[in-house]
Design a protein around this ligand. Sequence first.
Ligand code: ATP
Length: 238
Amino acid sequence: QSNAPLLQMRGVSAGYGEMLALENADLEIRESEIVALVGSNGAGKTTLLRVLSRLLPCSGEIRYQGRPINGSTPDQVFEQGMVQVPEGRQLFDRMSVQDNLLMGAYHRKNRSEVAQDLERIYGLFPRMAERRKQLAGSMSGGEQQMCAMARAMMAQPRLLMVDEMSLGLAPIIVDQLMEVLLSIRSQGVTVLLVEQDIHLALATADRGYVLETGHIVRSGPAKELIDDPELQKAYLGL
Ligand code: ATP
């Protein structure tokens, strides 16, 4: 099934108790794409990520690498390469950068491969190589975000899901992180970029989905979404 999308959601709904936070969502991610999932606060973006990571039950169908994963556990999808960079980074503050990175590979058995990967990932994140002995909690917000992304890369992701990467960071740092995402993609990793900052996400992504109160209200090539007059009015303050 080499033509199948890497990830496909069909008619997916999920919620908390009586409340549906995601309703009848259709979404597709093809190999090597950067796909943006955008929407305001409370639109349901994190809910969709929880569903993908199998932390929240859902109705409808989710396929990954052509196979249904509705019955899979969070560990199983993680080991198959669906890896999240969580909102708020969630580093081990009192551990070194290097130990944080190694935590990303805790499940991997081949330690010499892990050691090689560590050097490869330091190549992607030279700042982390310089700081490898520093305690993660003592770094700047941008550096912590890089550390979280580097840790996720140590898990050998095939689909990297990045939640609110830009939150609270200066524009120049965000630009650097976006460059890193592009080099991650050039290494063959597919990226789902979840952002409140719709302009920022669409400027880097190939395609996008717009979520509003649990519904996907728009999708398409990122350029078309940026030029969409209704979206400009609703989100871009134009
Ligand atoms: P944010 O960027 O602020 O995280 P979001 O787009 O990720 O927003 P969600 O966190 O998915 O939005 O929330 C969608 C809706 O579900 C919101 O109305 C929220 O209040 C509700 N919600 C989220 N988590 C829970 C929970 N654990 N229990 C009850 N309701 C929840």
